[in-house]
Design a protein around this ligand. Structure first.
Ligand SMILES: Cc1ncc(COP(=O)(O)O)c(C=O)c1O
Length: 413
């Protein structure tokens, strides 16, 4: 590290003491792709959904709700520290209600929730609450995990450790290793961060039987699940994508949930997220609510309202809701179809393991077993952009370029 400069002149100024930080790798990748003039380039880098024409459009249901809101909204005054009540309650019914889409009052009363600035804001609020409740708890994250999990959660002052998860050879989950590692190393009171569905970056999810075992394991080891639900509805279906979350809520006395509406409502820049803390009883939930409010107050004071109001309006109106479900289904099915096509194109000698994985994995991402050099070669020689770790966003492909993508992957392997 460079030696800190000793300040001698006056007046005193401070900002020359800042240490320059490298740009975020994914942002650098986006810029590199933008600068590439090859008309056939394929952008599989950034984690936003794209339609067949490569656009990240506003959903029709969102546009319609926005129009209604524009016509009826009369004030921009603050809503409240924990945000829009309809948004929080509709989201809880949606993500915890399963097929019925509804939870009972007994469960609702055990939950403290707050609107947050996106899934990221929710993860951070959750981390702050863990820090207040159990400052010595360690938060365990999967290897690999979303690149921002460790910065976001450790910024609250919590210790973090990793557990084994994705096997880069079999391209599946090392479930027994995950459990035995946590059994040996985690202590009661620690927190285990889990991806509710569509694991980022691997796309490899636990199956229902594994979630059942995991829920029993966490309860027996007295570990608290912290479920990051950033891709609800984009994996296999709404009930399927919340199976694991619902299972841990059913079995464990406490669960923390950070949900995002960035991807499934395509509301990225509106920053819509929900933090929910399922407590052992109503009394504890009331205390957790006061803590959530106080914590939000000292970070951003009031959450942004616009996007959350749209989600509340969509979920609360039968017509808008049906329109959103249809659009969510379209996005999910497009990605499943692209996975199927890529899998078929890769299913030749040398590509069978990847072909099977790409087909079975969920959501936008898969991590291919490519070296850094191979990922860079795809960039330099084929104008195919993915992270150095081999993570692809399948939504960046389309029916036309899949054969070329598969050929290039097989060529560098
Ligand atoms: C796993 C995971 N969690 C949370 C988020 C947070 O998303 P946002 O803050 O944009 O809602 C993301 C975004 O990419 C993600 O991939």
């Amino acid at each position: 590290m460079e030696a800190r400069k000793v300040k001698t002149e006056h007046p005193f100024t401070m900002f020359e003491y800042l240490v320059p930080r490298a740009p975020d790798a994914i942002i650098a990748l986006m810029q590199q792709c933008k600068a590439d003039t090859n008309p056939d380039k394929i952008d599989l880098g950034v984690g936003v959904y794209k339609d067949a024409s490569g656009e990240t459009s506003i959903l029709r249901a969102v546009k319609k709700a926005e129009k209604q809101l524009w016509e009826t909204e009369t004030t921009k005054s603050y809503v409240g520290i924990r945000g829009n009540d309809d948004f929080r309650h509709s989201m809880l019914h949606l993500i915890l209600g399963g097929e019925a889409g509804k939870i009972d009052d007994a469960l609702m009363n055990r939950i403290a929730s707050s609107q947050a600035a996106g899934g990221s804001g929710a993860l951070r609020l959750g981390a702050e609450i863990i820090k207040s409740a159990a400052p010595d708890a360690t938060v365990w994250v999967s290897t690999p995990t979303w690149a921002n999990h460790i910065p976001l959660i450790s910024a609250a002052g919590l210790k973090m450790e990793k557990y084994p998860y994705y096997n880069r050879e079999t391209l599946g989950v090392d479930f027994d290793d995950m459990l035995s590692h946590l059994e040996r190393k985690a202590k009661p009171g620690d927190v285990v961060l889990l991806h509710g569905c569509c694991h980022n970056p691997s796309g490899a999810d636990l199956d229902p039987a594994q979630w059942d075992r995991l829920a029993d394991f966490l309860a027996a080891q007295e570990l608290t699940p912290y479920v990051d639900l950033a891709y609800f509805g984009l994996g296999r279906g709404m009930a399927e994508d919340s199976y694991g979350l619902r299972k841990v809520v059913e079995v464990c006395p406490e669960t923390i949930i950070a949900a995002s509406c960035s991807k499934n409502f395509a509301l990225y820049k509106e920053r819509v997220g929900l933090i929910a803390i399922v407590c052992k009883d109503d009394t504890t939930a009331a205390i957790a609510r006061s803590q959530l409010g106080a914590t939000q107050r000292k970070i951003i004071s009031m959450p942004p309202d616009h996007g959350a109001k749209l989600v509340a309006d969509i979920l609360g109106d039968a017509e808008l809701r049906a329109m959103w479900v249809e659009e969510l289904t379209e996005m999910r099915e497009r990605m499943r179809d692209l996975r199927r096509q890529l899998s078929e194109a890769l299913d030749v000698q040398g590509g069978a393991v990847i072909a099977a994985a790409v087909k079975n994995q969920n959501g936008m991402f898969s991590t291919l077993p490519l070296s850094v050099d191979q990922a860079r070669k795809l960039r330099s020689d084929y104008s195919i952009y993915m992270t150095d770790s081999g993570r692809i966003n399948i939504a960046g492909a389309n029916n036309e370029n899949i054969p070329r993508l598969a050929d290039a992957i097989l060529a560098v392997l």
